[in-house]
Design a protein around this ligand. Sequence first.
Ligand code: ADP
Ligand code: MG
Length: 740
Amino acid sequence: MSTGVGNAQRLDAVRAINARMPRKIELPADESGRPLKTSEYYGINTFGLVRMKEKLPKDIFARLTTAIHSGGKIDREVATAVAHSVKEWALSQGVTHFCHWFQPLTGATAEKHDAFLSFDDAGHVIEHFSGSQLIQSEPDASSFPSGGMRTTFEARGYTAWDPTSPMFIMEGVNTKTLCIPSVFISYHGHSLDEKTGLLRSMEALSKSATELLHTLGDKDVKRVVPTLGAEQEYFLVDRNWFSARPDLVMTGRTLLGRGPSRGQQLEDHYFGSIPTRVLAFMSEVETELFKLGVPIKTRHNEVAPSQFETAPIFEEANVATDHNQIVMELMRKVALRHNYQCLFHEKPFAGINGSGKHCNFSMQITGGGSLDGENLLEPGKTPHQNLRFLVFLVAVMKGVYKHSALLRAGIATHGNDHRLGANEAPPAIISVFLGEELTRIVSALGAGKDVGESAERVMIHMGVSKLPEVAKDNTDRNRTSPFAFTGNKFEFRAVGSSAPTGFAMTFLHAAVAEGILEVNAAIQAKVKAGKSVDAAALEVIREGSKETEPVRFEGNGYSEDWQKEAAKRGLPNHRTSPDAMAALKDRKSIELFKRLGIFGEEEVMSRYHIRLERYIKHLLIEVNSLREMVDTLVLPACFLYHRSLSEGAAAAKAAGVSAPQLHTLKLVGEWLGTVGEKRKDLDSVLTKVEKAGGEEAQAKILAAEMVPAMLALREACDELEALVGDEYWPLPKYREMLFV
Ligand code: ADP
Ligand code: MG
């Protein structure tokens, strides 16, 4: 009796994987072979402000930094000088090409390379790079999503250099390319990317925070930058497993597959010793990242088997956003060299933890003289600092409370739907976790009347200044919160692992900027009415604490009770992406973005449409992949096994002995019946989707009916996986992908 080939292939894969050696690379070294310290080669592949300062004439550099900080235009002379010096530097490093590197609304990065090659007037070949080539480029933009902002007859879009993020050399096999971080805008100035909105939101936040600081008496402050430290979670799967799983190849997650008998229940993977082959991968990634000036700091195993995390030292949000894109890109590339596939999907495997990208957020004073570098969410040592801390804390909470639906929209993707609300990830309800100590203080302040001003002063003086240690020790208690205070920053834990950080952070900055504006206006009104600044600020803190009570939650975010409680409090609970995304086109959101100068109405709507469309496309790819796998892999394997059982049973019967196969045969037959039914259900939902009028209706059906239908089909197939002889099964199993 011939068996399926599945098992033979899987055994080959096991043998190949077991024979793999960790990949060794040449570490950066000096001429004598002495290994370089990280600090000796950190940033060698970047051309940022530090290098510009070295290479550019003093006045040019001064004009450049002024333009950057004031958001002003970079004039021709400056551009020409920068272009010249970056070209010389790049050529000396063996670079042949340059590209504007940008982040269109596809969620990925885009680049179009041009050689430095040119001819001079006499017809000689030269290397050439002009100021205008540095500043602007016109890729044929018509194939990037614009959500209707650019009709094809006017497909022009252009990329423009973002001087706030360092240029860098991307090393490939046989080639080096100078990448110029850029924004991508339509001919009419509409943002077509993830970066423009982010930069505008940083501007809005800086403006509002600076005004508030001025009101509070910190008059020297000129700018405030939002900071971001993005912890990146990911899975590594051997290439042999990956390429044998059509679902992983097509969708990044397993659409089928029975959980192994051992998942993560032993809790032995988290922070465990890192496997040698994985560590070799991690350190190669880090070596490359250090060259690119990406400050990677932490690496460790995550909770699920084969899951890991890497985290940088935080930076200004726009640089951190570019860096996170570089991190993901490099991890993907380097993983291949180690025969791994790096999975950034939020839920590659059912039944074990998914991956997130915890976005740590705070605000930092820059250009503020003696206050330079101060963290606005750091409880301070002086009463003034603590007052300031509480004012900003309340402002953040106000923003998050008022725009929680928008924040949920900012993290809504098909992948994150499988993670949010699952047993290890934050729920889809956006709430704020402060920790016991801070809650006590904030609640006491909010309680109002019986807490006199002097009592409040004491609390600000005593309680909060002790806070950092206390809160930091408790970071593990907030695993279930989507937005948790962790001592001197907020951790936005609900962001998905595959998401570019720009989108979610733009929304967060907008919400916080609004909170700050409100707080500032309230304080100013009270000052106008004759109160002292401190007294006014205290009152506003108190009112804000009371007002934001509903959004604060310290309990278990996974519990049923919280769902009910949140509903009572009127907090939105958008379980699916289409529901969540609808908040984007809400008047409230559109007006917010307009007010803050981040997006015009068209820009918001285009994002809504693009995201919805992508949701639909991703789901349809999943459905089609699942159908194909069931029809061409699962069913044939089951039929083969079924036949072998029935032939065995027939033979037994003919021999006049009992046929023990019959029991399994019956079970397999029953489950095959179920698969048949569920397979049909999929088709009928698909027909419904095809007939539905418009994207919104389609997305709704996909979320409400297709996702459960796919799950039901999967469950039946997974039952069969447990029944069908191992040698017949054509797909790598969970135990193999996660443990071999
Ligand atoms: P944990 O796992 O406890 O959350 P990690 O060390 O893994 O802590 O990650 C914390 C992240 O927060 C790091 O990327 C760190 O740089 C970042 N971070 C620390 N302070 C700030 C800040 N003020 N603003 C933004 N991010 C910060
Ligand atoms: Mg962490």
